[in-house]
Design a protein. Structure first.
Length: 233
Protein backbone atom coordinates (compact mmCIF):
# COMPACT_ATOMS: atom_id res chain seq x y z
CA UNK A 1 0.00 0.00 0.00
CA UNK A 2 1.53 3.31 -1.04
CA UNK A 3 4.86 1.70 -1.84
CA UNK A 4 5.37 0.27 1.65
CA UNK A 5 7.20 -3.01 2.13
CA UNK A 6 5.86 -5.55 4.58
CA UNK A 7 6.05 -9.27 5.15
CA UNK A 8 2.56 -10.75 5.02
CA UNK A 9 3.30 -13.48 7.55
CA UNK A 10 0.61 -15.87 6.36
CA UNK A 11 -2.35 -13.71 7.37
CA UNK A 12 -5.32 -12.79 5.18
CA UNK A 13 -4.24 -9.15 5.39
CA UNK A 14 -1.62 -7.90 2.96
CA UNK A 15 0.01 -5.74 5.63
CA UNK A 16 -0.81 -7.19 9.06
CA UNK A 17 1.77 -5.26 11.09
CA UNK A 18 0.77 -1.95 9.54
CA UNK A 19 -2.84 -2.85 10.27
CA UNK A 20 -2.18 -3.44 13.95
CA UNK A 21 0.09 -0.43 14.38
CA UNK A 22 -2.64 1.75 12.86
CA UNK A 23 -4.36 1.35 16.21
CA UNK A 24 -1.64 3.60 17.67
CA UNK A 25 -3.53 6.51 16.10
CA UNK A 26 -6.76 5.38 17.75
CA UNK A 27 -5.02 5.24 21.13
CA UNK A 28 -3.37 8.61 20.57
CA UNK A 29 -6.70 10.13 19.55
CA UNK A 30 -8.39 8.77 22.67
CA UNK A 31 -5.58 10.16 24.84
CA UNK A 32 -5.86 13.57 23.19
CA UNK A 33 -9.63 13.66 23.73
CA UNK A 34 -9.19 12.59 27.35
CA UNK A 35 -6.63 15.32 27.93
CA UNK A 36 -8.84 17.92 26.25
CA UNK A 37 -11.82 17.06 28.43
CA UNK A 38 -9.74 17.69 31.53
CA UNK A 39 -9.14 21.27 30.44
CA UNK A 40 -11.51 23.98 31.58
CA UNK A 41 -10.77 26.62 28.94
CA UNK A 42 -13.05 26.25 25.95
CA UNK A 43 -10.58 28.04 23.68
CA UNK A 44 -8.08 25.20 24.07
CA UNK A 45 -10.61 22.39 24.45
CA UNK A 46 -12.35 22.69 21.07
CA UNK A 47 -9.31 22.35 18.76
CA UNK A 48 -7.85 19.57 20.88
CA UNK A 49 -11.10 17.62 20.82
CA UNK A 50 -11.23 18.06 17.06
CA UNK A 51 -7.64 16.87 16.74
CA UNK A 52 -8.29 13.83 18.92
CA UNK A 53 -11.31 12.77 16.86
CA UNK A 54 -9.43 13.28 13.59
CA UNK A 55 -6.39 11.32 14.81
CA UNK A 56 -8.64 8.42 15.86
CA UNK A 57 -10.31 8.52 12.43
CA UNK A 58 -6.87 8.40 10.82
CA UNK A 59 -6.26 5.16 12.70
CA UNK A 60 -9.58 3.66 11.65
CA UNK A 61 -8.98 4.62 8.04
CA UNK A 62 -5.48 3.18 8.18
CA UNK A 63 -6.82 -0.12 9.53
CA UNK A 64 -9.24 -0.25 6.60
CA UNK A 65 -6.49 0.57 4.12
CA UNK A 66 -3.87 -1.86 5.37
CA UNK A 67 -6.30 -4.58 6.45
CA UNK A 68 -9.22 -5.52 4.19
CA UNK A 69 -8.22 -2.74 1.76
CA UNK A 70 -11.47 -2.31 -0.19
CA UNK A 71 -11.48 -0.29 -3.39
CA UNK A 72 -12.84 2.72 -1.49
CA UNK A 73 -10.20 2.65 1.27
CA UNK A 74 -8.81 6.06 0.31
CA UNK A 75 -12.16 7.70 1.09
CA UNK A 76 -11.89 6.74 4.78
CA UNK A 77 -8.10 7.02 5.00
CA UNK A 78 -7.19 10.30 3.31
CA UNK A 79 -9.69 12.96 4.51
CA UNK A 80 -9.00 12.57 8.26
CA UNK A 81 -5.28 12.80 7.59
CA UNK A 82 -5.71 15.97 5.56
CA UNK A 83 -7.99 17.27 8.30
CA UNK A 84 -5.24 16.78 10.90
CA UNK A 85 -2.72 18.64 8.74
CA UNK A 86 -5.18 21.45 8.00
CA UNK A 87 -6.14 21.83 11.67
CA UNK A 88 -2.53 22.00 12.84
CA UNK A 89 -1.77 24.58 10.14
CA UNK A 90 -4.88 26.64 10.86
CA UNK A 91 -4.15 26.72 14.59
CA UNK A 92 -0.56 27.82 14.00
CA UNK A 93 -1.65 30.58 11.61
CA UNK A 94 -4.36 31.74 14.01
CA UNK A 95 -1.77 32.03 16.76
CA UNK A 96 0.76 33.82 14.57
CA UNK A 97 -1.75 36.33 13.20
CA UNK A 98 -3.71 36.87 16.40
CA UNK A 99 -6.94 35.76 14.78
CA UNK A 100 -9.63 33.43 16.06
CA UNK A 101 -9.46 29.86 14.77
CA UNK A 102 -12.42 29.12 12.54
CA UNK A 103 -13.72 25.56 12.09
CA UNK A 104 -14.13 25.91 8.35
CA UNK A 105 -10.42 26.65 7.95
CA UNK A 106 -9.65 22.97 8.46
CA UNK A 107 -13.03 21.31 7.86
CA UNK A 108 -13.44 22.50 4.26
CA UNK A 109 -10.08 21.02 3.10
CA UNK A 110 -10.92 17.73 4.83
CA UNK A 111 -14.32 17.52 3.13
CA UNK A 112 -12.82 18.51 -0.21
CA UNK A 113 -10.41 15.60 0.09
CA UNK A 114 -13.38 13.22 0.27
CA UNK A 115 -14.12 14.20 -3.33
CA UNK A 116 -10.47 13.89 -4.36
CA UNK A 117 -10.12 10.48 -2.73
CA UNK A 118 -13.35 9.21 -4.28
CA UNK A 119 -12.22 10.36 -7.71
CA UNK A 120 -9.08 8.27 -7.45
CA UNK A 121 -5.76 9.13 -9.01
CA UNK A 122 -2.91 11.04 -7.39
CA UNK A 123 -4.85 14.21 -6.50
CA UNK A 124 -5.54 13.26 -2.88
CA UNK A 125 -1.96 12.12 -2.31
CA UNK A 126 -0.60 15.35 -3.77
CA UNK A 127 -2.98 17.37 -1.59
CA UNK A 128 -1.72 15.56 1.50
CA UNK A 129 1.91 16.16 0.54
CA UNK A 130 1.26 19.87 0.05
CA UNK A 131 -0.71 20.11 3.30
CA UNK A 132 2.09 18.32 5.17
CA UNK A 133 4.71 20.73 3.85
CA UNK A 134 2.62 23.75 4.83
CA UNK A 135 1.94 22.28 8.28
CA UNK A 136 5.64 21.72 8.92
CA UNK A 137 6.56 25.26 7.86
CA UNK A 138 3.73 26.84 9.88
CA UNK A 139 4.61 24.77 12.93
CA UNK A 140 8.31 25.61 12.65
CA UNK A 141 7.61 29.34 12.38
CA UNK A 142 5.26 29.18 15.33
CA UNK A 143 7.87 27.34 17.41
CA UNK A 144 10.46 29.95 16.51
CA UNK A 145 8.23 32.87 17.51
CA UNK A 146 6.47 31.20 20.46
CA UNK A 147 8.89 29.73 23.03
CA UNK A 148 5.94 28.34 25.02
CA UNK A 149 5.18 25.76 22.31
CA UNK A 150 8.72 25.31 21.02
CA UNK A 151 9.77 22.21 22.96
CA UNK A 152 6.71 20.14 22.10
CA UNK A 153 6.76 21.25 18.48
CA UNK A 154 10.43 20.40 18.04
CA UNK A 155 9.96 16.96 19.64
CA UNK A 156 6.95 16.27 17.43
CA UNK A 157 8.79 17.34 14.27
CA UNK A 158 11.78 15.19 15.24
CA UNK A 159 9.57 12.12 15.72
CA UNK A 160 7.90 12.75 12.37
CA UNK A 161 11.27 13.22 10.71
CA UNK A 162 12.63 9.93 12.04
CA UNK A 163 9.43 8.10 11.15
CA UNK A 164 9.41 9.52 7.64
CA UNK A 165 13.06 8.59 7.10
CA UNK A 166 12.55 5.02 8.29
CA UNK A 167 9.39 4.67 6.23
CA UNK A 168 11.10 5.93 3.08
CA UNK A 169 14.23 3.83 3.53
CA UNK A 170 12.14 0.67 3.95
CA UNK A 171 10.30 0.99 0.63
CA UNK A 172 11.02 -1.47 -2.18
CA UNK A 173 14.46 -0.82 -3.62
CA UNK A 174 15.69 1.10 -0.58
CA UNK A 175 18.32 -0.19 1.91
CA UNK A 176 16.00 -1.14 4.79
CA UNK A 177 13.82 -3.21 2.46
CA UNK A 178 16.66 -5.48 1.30
CA UNK A 179 17.53 -8.37 3.61
CA UNK A 180 20.48 -9.17 1.34
CA UNK A 181 21.70 -5.59 1.33
CA UNK A 182 24.52 -4.02 3.32
CA UNK A 183 22.47 -3.82 6.52
CA UNK A 184 21.24 -7.40 6.26
CA UNK A 185 17.80 -6.58 7.66
CA UNK A 186 14.27 -5.91 6.49
CA UNK A 187 12.64 -3.18 8.56
CA UNK A 188 8.88 -2.80 8.75
CA UNK A 189 9.22 0.92 8.23
CA UNK A 190 5.61 1.89 7.59
CA UNK A 191 4.55 0.21 10.82
CA UNK A 192 7.23 2.19 12.66
CA UNK A 193 5.97 5.34 10.98
CA UNK A 194 2.48 4.73 12.36
CA UNK A 195 3.72 4.53 15.94
CA UNK A 196 6.09 7.50 15.71
CA UNK A 197 3.52 9.70 13.95
CA UNK A 198 0.86 8.84 16.53
CA UNK A 199 3.20 9.71 19.40
CA UNK A 200 4.18 12.96 17.63
CA UNK A 201 0.55 14.06 17.36
CA UNK A 202 -0.04 13.23 21.02
CA UNK A 203 3.00 15.31 21.98
CA UNK A 204 1.86 18.21 19.80
CA UNK A 205 -1.78 18.22 20.95
CA UNK A 206 -1.35 20.41 24.09
CA UNK A 207 -0.06 23.26 21.93
CA UNK A 208 -3.35 23.60 20.07
CA UNK A 209 -5.48 26.50 21.18
CA UNK A 210 -2.68 28.22 23.10
CA UNK A 211 -2.15 31.84 22.19
CA UNK A 212 0.41 34.54 22.75
CA UNK A 213 -0.47 36.49 25.92
CA UNK A 214 -1.99 39.88 25.22
CA UNK A 215 -0.21 42.67 27.05
CA UNK A 216 -2.66 45.29 28.24
CA UNK A 217 -1.38 48.87 28.29
CA UNK A 218 -0.93 50.37 31.74
CA UNK A 219 -3.39 53.25 31.60
CA UNK A 220 -3.44 55.46 34.64
CA UNK A 221 -5.31 58.72 35.26
CA UNK A 222 -3.26 61.82 34.61
CA UNK A 223 -3.05 63.13 38.16
CA UNK A 224 -0.29 65.57 39.00
CA UNK A 225 0.75 65.51 42.65
CA UNK A 226 1.38 69.25 42.65
CA UNK A 227 -1.92 70.13 41.03
CA UNK A 228 -3.81 72.62 43.12
CA UNK A 229 -7.25 71.66 44.28
CA UNK A 230 -10.03 73.78 42.83
CA UNK A 231 -11.11 76.61 45.06
CA UNK A 232 -14.67 76.12 46.24
CA UNK A 233 -17.06 78.91 45.44
Amino acid sequence: MGGAYELAGGTPWAEPLSTWTSLAFVLAGAAIVHGALRREARATRSPRLALGVLVALVGIGSVVQHGPSPSWNAVVHDPPLLGVLALVTADALADLTGRRLRTWWWLVPALADVVLAAAGGPASTLAQALAAAVAVVAGAVRAWRRPAVRRRTVVALALLGVGSAVGTQSRPGWPLCDADGPLGVTVQGHAAWHVLAAVALWVLAPTLGTRRPTVQPDVRPDVRPDAAAPTPR
